[in-house]
Design a protein around this ligand. Structure first.
Ligand code: HEC
Length: 432
């Protein structure tokens, strides 16, 4: 069944998800890594009786709770709204399959929020040992939500060996049995720790201002190990994940300039960040000021965004690997649609009699998940600019042949004709 489509001009709806998701990732990874670091450092400060350091951690906890709880929750809900509007079929399938996973995640989310507030508001009121336990409860609950969500997104990327038959009903355990689950969990855990250590550096450098402040130096020294551990885990997880990509997905990385550039950018940024961490916090902890901390932070956010975009791009033509295609149908329906029509009268669709309208509608359902029509992201009209109708139809008939990131053409000749006219009409407004 087709749900209503959602047209986001210029960007396309999935790109809007990507933008919101990347912002969410910055905060949600901090929520996990920050939990782990606050627990470790709080335990260390209690054990060594280091009151000033523990007081600083308390100040950091305020910034941490405010940012992660408020902003994390808003952007998290934002993702649910955008995925449900953009890819309703895939969202439905994921909810049906992993409802239990989200239920568990929400339970841990509640534990997380309660623990976060207890941690902050009762920082100096609880006995120290009890407080250390609370910070560990927070850290564990936050990490478990990372593991659950990573399992689901890893399954969306590669369901190899699990989906034997395209129409197979979902299975909750596929979130943990897919090949990408472990490497991505390693990479994301590393990313979380790395990002959190950078948030702490930035916050401490902002608060203390004076680079000679012994408490700043102490914080920087304490953060150098998590920074290195984070980088090692991210790189190991990313390399492991990449090495497991099936040949078909590797092929699209290698033959698409955009993906090659993304890959090179990630490698370059990784080297740069590693060098900065090594020559900054690790070797010269006294040299860290706010500007330097912000610079590594921004570079790391860029590397993280590049990795997320790469993962999304590699997943194409699938929204959910081998289950839901990028043209918003189940893979199992493709053959039948080619015979009887891509669009059908149904609850949300009333097929128009007008051919021009039909062409536009076919475009919105079949192409708009990855292409804007005329202006914006990879505009399909411009991709066939200057070609005549017969050529355009030929291209669309074998859509997935030149570019394996595209789904196969899943419509009839009449729909193809209407779509080709639509693309020509879009183009007739350009190039004059
Ligand atoms: C799941 C994503 C996806 C969908 C859906 C999709 N495409 Fe594409 N398409 C791509 C990607 C990725 C490329 C590679 C170029 C790029 O980076 O934009 C591409 C390239 C193209 C090209 C250039 C190919 C060439 O050989 O010159 C055309 C034309 C095109 N798409 C048309 C369409 C049309 C028409 C539809 C709908 C019937 C469609 N696409 C649906 C992802 C998609």
């Amino acid at each position: 069944m087709h749900y209503p489509w959602w047209y986001v001009p210029f960007l396309t709806a999935p790109m809007l998800i990507a933008v919101i998701a990347v912002i969410h990732v910055f905060v949600s990874h901090y929520a996990v890594g920050g939990g782990i670091l606050l627990a470790l450092e709080n335990q260390f400060a209690v054990k060594t009786g280091d009151k000033p350091y523990r007081d600083y951690l308390h100040r950091h906890a305020k910034f941490f709770v405010l940012l992660t709880v408020a902003f994390g929750a808003i952007t998290g809900v934002g993702i649910w709204w955008t995925i449900a509007l953009t890819s309703p079929l895939a969202t439905e399938k994921l909810i049906r399959t992993f409802v239990f996973g989200w239920a568990i995640e929400w339970v841990f989310f509640i534990i997380e929020i309660v623990a976060a507030f207890v941690m902050y508001y009762h920082w100096s009121r609880l006995p120290e040992k009890t407080h250390v336990i609370i910070t560990w409860i927070y850290a564990l609950a936050a990490w478990i939500s990372l593991v659950l969500i990573t399992g689901i997104t890893a399954f969306m990327l590669d369901s190899r060996g699990l989906i034997a038959d395209w129409s197979e009903t979902g299975n909750f355990w596929h979130a943990f049995l897919n090949v990408q689950f472990l490497p991505q969990t390693v990479a994301r855990t590393g990313g979380a720790v790395l990002l959190a250590a950078l948030y702490i550096l930035m916050h401490a450098a902002w608060i203390f201002r004076n680079t000679n402040d012994p408490l700043l130096e102490k914080t920087v020294r304490r953060m150098s190990k998590p920074l290195i551990a984070g980088i090692v885990l991210v790189l190991a997880g990313a390399a492991w994940s990449f090495s497991l990509l099936p040949d078909a997905k590797l092929l699209s990385v290698e033959r698409t300039v955009f993906l090659t550039i993304l890959f090179a950018l990630f490698a370059g940024l990784s080297v740069l960040i590693t060098l900065m961490v090594f020559f900054g916090p690790v070797l010269n902890p006294k040299s860290i000021n706010f500007g330097f901390a912000v610079s590594i932070f921004i570079l790391s956010l860029t590397a993280l965004s590049v990795a997320e975009f790469g993962r999304e791009a590699v997943r194409k033509p699938w929204i959910v690997d081998k289950v839901v295609l990028g043209n918003q149908i189940y893979a199992s329906e493709a053959a039948e649609r080619q015979e009887s029509g891509f669009l059908k009268d149904s609850y949300f669709i009333k097929l128009p009699n007008d051919k021009a309208q039909l062409g536009g509608m076919v475009f919105m359902y079949h192409c708009n998940n990855c292409h804007a029509p005329d202006r914006g992201l990879s505009p399909a009209g411009l991709l066939v600019y200057g070609e005549d109708k017969a050529k355009i139809k030929d291209k669309i008939r074998s859509l997935n042949v030149p570019v394996a990131s595209m789904p196969p053409w899943c419509g009839t000749e009449a729909e193809l004709d209407a779509l080709a006219d639509y693309l020509l009409s879009v183009n007739s407004k350009r190039g004059k």
